[in-house]
Design a protein around this ligand. Structure first.
Ligand code: ASP
Length: 438
């Protein structure tokens, strides 16, 4: 059994957090590959090391001294080392980095050092081997990951060993360091899990998994214990804040379960994400797995008598959408009328030109624009087996005087999406939560 674990910034913030990580890793002999983020905030007024490193780079770029900020970064790691009683030789490495910084270091290389130092310390603390991501995580010239080369390299480095790996960065074909976008250590963990054909990818953070709704809208929402990759995709697309978007693909492709866990509450099972739970009938009896939504859509509704019998109308509408670079989110349709739902901020600069073209090309009887609309989705893999879910949704919204402006359901019956006025957004989420979960 091989488990790949990734610990986020808050799990790496100080010596106390390092100790929690060690006890988690040591409690299971399968936990042999550990990926780490840079040290994060110790409290809400603190700074993330990665933010400080970006700040250092900006100072150097504008010719302003960053000695003070650099000192804060150095002190954070040296304090962790000393409090843990380690002997990691950090000083020479920081001195060399300081010289390089003043001689013109790339932004990516500089900010990657947060993960680099964190991983060196964690490797010493756990007694694991440090494997630099510059040795195995290879990028193509276009910035995508060369998974073939990377997986083969990590297999060689990790074979029969217990290892700690820095997250967030890898190496370009010319040998320079390149980072992912912010939060990218999640991706490093997923790639390591895929490379090593792990039995599970555990992503350790400071929350006990996903919640069924945004806690800023619903007070104390229930946690999600089991969710499929497809459900997660729906929920994150529609607005739930989850993992870095590149995280899912490498593990899903290899059918590796992903478990979100809480370093500060290690006994909590967190959220388990898998391709399917068909072999686990005990995995949840709810019909709704989660509720999420987004505000600020514009709906363009085109009505034309006889449209249903005309060939090619939809194609012409979509071609115009493409011409104006609009990403069409939903296309609810009726007989002789079709709506396209697009993001308001993207369509508003070209709305009148687009409407003019639609008018010219399609000669419709009517074009109607609804602005300030929000979409709310109830997502659940079990909905497909249960009649009456949509009826319940509409009744609940109706009873609460929320006007439904649009209804659509994905063909896989994994979600039911309703469009409501922006002003009803939060209320709609609360109403759905209360009627399905409470
Ligand atoms: N340290 C990086 C960041 O703050 C990457 C990560 O933590 O995932 O974005």
């Amino acid at each position: 059994m091989r488990k790949v674990l990734k610990f986020g910034g808050s799990s790496m913030a100080d010596a106390t957090q390092f100790a929690k990580v060690k006890s988690i890793v040591q409690s299971d002999p399968g936990r042999t590959c550990v990926v780490v983020s840079a040290a994060g905030k110790r409290n809400k007024d603190d700074h993330k090391i990665t933010d400080l490193l970006y700040l250092c780079h900006a100072h150097v770029k504008y010719g302003v001294s960053c000695e003070g900020i650099f000192g804060m970064i150095r002190d954070r790691y040296i304090t962790i080392r000393d409090e843990l009683g380690l002997a990691t030789p950090l000083e020479p490495a920081f001195d060399a980095l300081w010289d390089k910084l003043n001689g013109g270091i790339s932004q990516d290389e500089l900010v990657s050092r947060g993960e680099y130092f964190a991983a060196r310390l964690m490797a010493d603390y756990l007694g694991y081997d440090f494997v630099d991501s510059a040795l195995w995580l290879h990028f193509h010239l276009d910035g995508t990951v060369d998974t073939e080369q990377s997986y083969a390299a990590l297999q060689r480095y990790a074979e029969g060993r217990k290892v700690v790996i820095p997250g967030f960065y890898g190496v370009m074909p010319d040998g320079s360091i390149k980072t992912f976008t912010r939060g990218g250590s999640d991706i490093t963990g997923a790639l390591a899990a895929a490379a090593l054909d792990a039995d599970v990818y555990e992503n350790w953070t400071d929350v006990s998994g996903f919640l069924m709704a945004d806690p800023k809208i619903v007070p104390n929402p229930e946690p999600i214990e089991h969710i499929t990759y497809a459900e997660l995709r729906e929920l994150s697309y529609i607005g739930a804040q989850v993992l870095h978007e590149g995280t899912i693909f490498p593990v899903r492709e290899k059918n590796i379960p992903l478990n979100i866990r809480n370093t500060n509450q290690p006994d909590h099972p967190g959220t388990m994400i898998r391709e399917s739970f068909e072999d686990m009938p005990e995995a949840g009896d709810r019909f709704i797995t989660g509720i999420a939504g987004r505000r600020n859509f514009t709906v363009i509704t085109i009505t034309k008598n006889g449209m249903s019998n005309e060939v090619g109308t939809l194609r012409r509408i979509l071609e115009l959408m493409e011409k104006y670079n609009q990403n069409v989110e939903y296309i609810p349709s009726g007989i002789d009328c079709v709506s396209v739902v697009v993001a308001a901020d993207r369509v508003s600069p070209c709305l009148y030109a687009l409407l003019g073209d639609l008018q010219k090309e399609l000669k419709p009887d009517n074009i109607h624009v609804t602005e300030n609309m929000a979409v709310v989705a109830a997502v659940g893999r079990k909905m497909v087996f249960k009649p009456g879910i949509s009826g319940k949704i509409f009744a609940a919204l109706g009873e609460n005087h929320i006007n439904i402006r649009m209804i659509t359901q994905g063909p896989e019956e994994l979600n039911i999406i309703v469009g409501v006025d922006n002003k009803d957004f939060e209320n709609a989420i609360r109403v759905l939560y209360n009627s399905f979960v409470k």
